[in-house]
Design a protein around this ligand. Structure first.
Ligand code: GYE
Length: 333
């Protein structure tokens, strides 16, 4: 019964993903010569300032590549790209610099949810539209940005939790959680979604700490958990990289990841999928990082002064070992 449910939800997610991809491809309309916000792209080239979170994970590398490969001169863009090294002050500085340069549109993936109102108001006052990609901001004023493109992180956490309940409810499992960056939308939402899914089961989260979405910190935090607790049954990591760090810590402690301690993660980047195929990770919920095509489409529309959807939800699927074996050979990221 668990398997039937899984297959059905995977199929539903696959068809939703196919629809999404079709939508993303039909994006060559609007040449961006209209007089929307900002400088208005009068030369037909859209200058887009992008402030990236950092280079913390395989997911982030794939996301950066998608943006850089899509927002090219051939596609009508002059991309200005900066890496904030996971620091909000660096992102604020980058956004201010894009405002000073008078770019046509600003896009960014906010490292944390709060604290953006002032700088976004500055962009609005300068007439420069802002597009959020990947992560949301927590702001009362939705007029501070045009659109938010990204996955539903609460749903991802729920999908992870539902699988864990399907597989292990009734066995009194003790769970440790490796959280993403403190204050980041995917960390807050993946925690909430997982917790809501395991509510009412006999699974118990016995410890939870941030590993900042990196492999190195995931490993260090897992080492701490292993020193503190001798009864860990399962690791829920908010991304593959921290799960991969946990694998190293578990192996160093003389145990077998995927067997002695089960591991469930989010992202489904290649390294994570390989570990799932190898049996070291037990289940992965996908988070699609290929946001470049949608960003290009929305940026063109915004600069042309067209209406855009306020929220574009990227659909994700999930993988058990069998599904990972099938998907890995043709995986794009
Ligand atoms: O899951 C993680 C990355 O914001 C969805 O950030 C993104 C998350 C992703 O560091 O690997």
């Amino acid at each position: 019964m668990a398997r039937t449910t899984l297959t059905r939800s995977v199929l539903a997610a696959v068809s939703a993903a196919a629809l999404f991809t079709l939508g993303a491809c039909a994006s060559d309309a609007g040449s961006g010569t209209g007089g929307g916000g900002g400088g208005g792209a009068d030369d037909g080239v859209i200058t887009l300032g992008f402030s990236q979170v950092g280079a913390e994970s395989g997911w982030r590398a794939a996301n950066t590549k998608s943006i850089q490969d899509t927002l090219t001169a051939d596609n009508g863009f002059d991309l200005k790209f900066s890496d904030a090294q996971q620091k909000q002050e660096n992102q604020i500085q980058a956004i201010r610099s894009y405002i000073t340069q008078g770019v046509d549109v600003i896009a960014f993936s906010p490292v944390v949810e709060t604290g953006w109102d002032a700088v976004l108001q500055e962009a609005k006052d300068a007439g420069i539209p802002v597009i959020l990609t990947d992560r949301a901001v927590d702001s009362e004023d939705e007029s501070l940005y045009e659109s938010f493109i990204g996955s539903d992180f609460v749903k991802e956490g729920q999908m992870a939790g539902e699988w864990v309940v399907d597989q292990y409810d009734g066995e009194g499992y003790k769970v440790v959680e490796l959280q993403g960056t403190t204050g980041a939308a995917p960390a807050i939402d993946r925690k909430e979604g997982f917790e809501s899914a395991i509510e009412g089961s006999d699974l118990e989260i016995i410890d939870s700490q941030t590993g900042n979405f990196t492999r190195a910190e995931g490993k260090t935090v897992m080492e701490g958990f292993l020193n503190k607790h001798d009864d860990i049954d399962l690791v829920y990591a908010h991304n593959d990289d921290m799960g991969l760090g946990a694998i190293e810590a578990i192996e160093a402690a003389g145990m077998t990841p995927g067997e002695d301690i089960k591991i469930v993660t989010v992202d489904a980047v290649k390294d994570g999928m390989q570990a799932l195929v190898d049996g070291k990770i037990n289940y992965i919920v996908e988070c699609n990082p290929l946001l470049g095509p949608d960003l290009a489409e929305i940026a063109k529309k915004v600069v042309a002064g067209e209406e855009v959807e306020k929220r574009i939800v990227v659909e994700d699927q999930a993988f058990d070992q069998e599904a990972a074996k099938e998907a890995l050979p043709t995986r794009e990221y």
